[in-house]
Design a protein around this ligand. Structure first.
Ligand code: CAA
Length: 257
């Protein structure tokens, strides 16, 4: 898959997307959005792919939405285009996506990482929502997703002061799931994705949908949804195989059926 602003490749059962605008610290312009959506769509449609990783460079996962692209936009243009709504399509991906973050994940970069299912951070990672320093506020989900990740107090602190947090603080407050040495970041993320991709794809996709449901509904409805999905899993060959393999003390051979 050839793209202008990303490199999309497969590593076994994993789709790897590397943001590739080094001169702009991977700033997210409309071409990056189009390229990411195109690659994710292809990986979603490929039955050999079980999970994806989105990463950037050592210096920057992404330093935000492209300020130079948007600086002259008018209110009417922003409103009529429903500016940034296109990113929501990424959150509708049904296969898991891991963000592997080294260096700056600022503004839209932090928001892109939060659109993924979980974040693995290099010890060099720096997260922030500095939009306030530009006379605006987050527009790709930062005021909503960051608040759900880290709670009101820290989200207000980040959004209103524009300060950055390092990887250790991001792990402490639940923004990232784990920290790894910068040199191992992509390998560790690929390893985690490969592990997921070896499980039953329908079970993985249902589990992702159930966790995401917790953000959309009440606890009672979420628990009901979880049970119903859990019940439906007894229709999978992979449930029979997974439990038989446990009882027979062998490795399960999932067939995604
Ligand atoms: N948009 C466009 N270009 C950007 C960019 C961005 N968000 N971030 C960096 N760049 C460009 C710089 O303009 C520079 O290009 P030139 O060489 O052509 O001048 C190049 O990338 C390298 O950047 P710096 O020279 O600034 O690198 P640095 O190491 O000195 O600083 C940095 C790194 C602290 C990340 C700094 O680049 C910076 O503050 N970037 C902007 C961060 C920001 O404000 N992000 C929020 C954007 S708004 C947003 O994301 C809205 C939203 O909610 C979606």
């Amino acid at each position: 898959m050839a793209h202008e602003t990303i490199i999309a490749e497969t590593r076994g059962k994993v789709g790897l997307i590397t943001l590739n605008r080094p001169k702009a610290l991977n700033a997210l312009n409309s071409q990056v959005l189009a390229d990411i959506l195109d690659a994710v769509k292809a990986f979603e449609a490929d039955p050999k792919i079980g999970a994806m990783v989105i990463t950037g460079s050592e210096k920057a996962f992404a330093a935000g939405a492209d300020i130079k692209e948007m600086q002259t936009k008018t209110y009417v243009e922003a409103f009529l285009q429903d500016f940034f709504v296109g990113w929501e399509e990424l959150t509708r991906a049904r296969k898991p996506i891991i963000a592997a973050v080294a260096g700056y994940a600022l503004g839209g970069g932090c928001e892109l990482a939060m659109m993924c299912d979980f974040i693995i951070a290099a010890d060099s990672a720096k997260f922030g929502q500095p939009e306030i320093t530009l006379g605006v506020m987050p527009g790709m989900g930062g005021s909503q997703r960051l608040t759900r990740f880290v709670g009101k107090s820290k989200a207000m602190d980040m959004v209103l002061t524009g300060r950055m947090m390092d990887a250790a603080e991001a792990e402490r407050c639940g923004l990232v799931s784990r920290i790894v040495p910068a040199a191992d970041l992509v390998d560790e993320a690929l390893k985690a994705a490969a592990k997921i991709a070896d499980f039953s794809l329908p079970a993985v996709m249902m589990a992702k949908e159930a966790v995401n449901r917790s953000y959309e509904t009440t606890l009672a409805e979420g628990l009901r949804f979880e049970r119903r999905v859990f019940h439906s899993m007894f229709a999978l060959d992979d449930q029979k195989e997974g439990m038989a393999a446990f009882a027979e003390k062998r490795k399960a051979n999932f067939t995604n059926s």
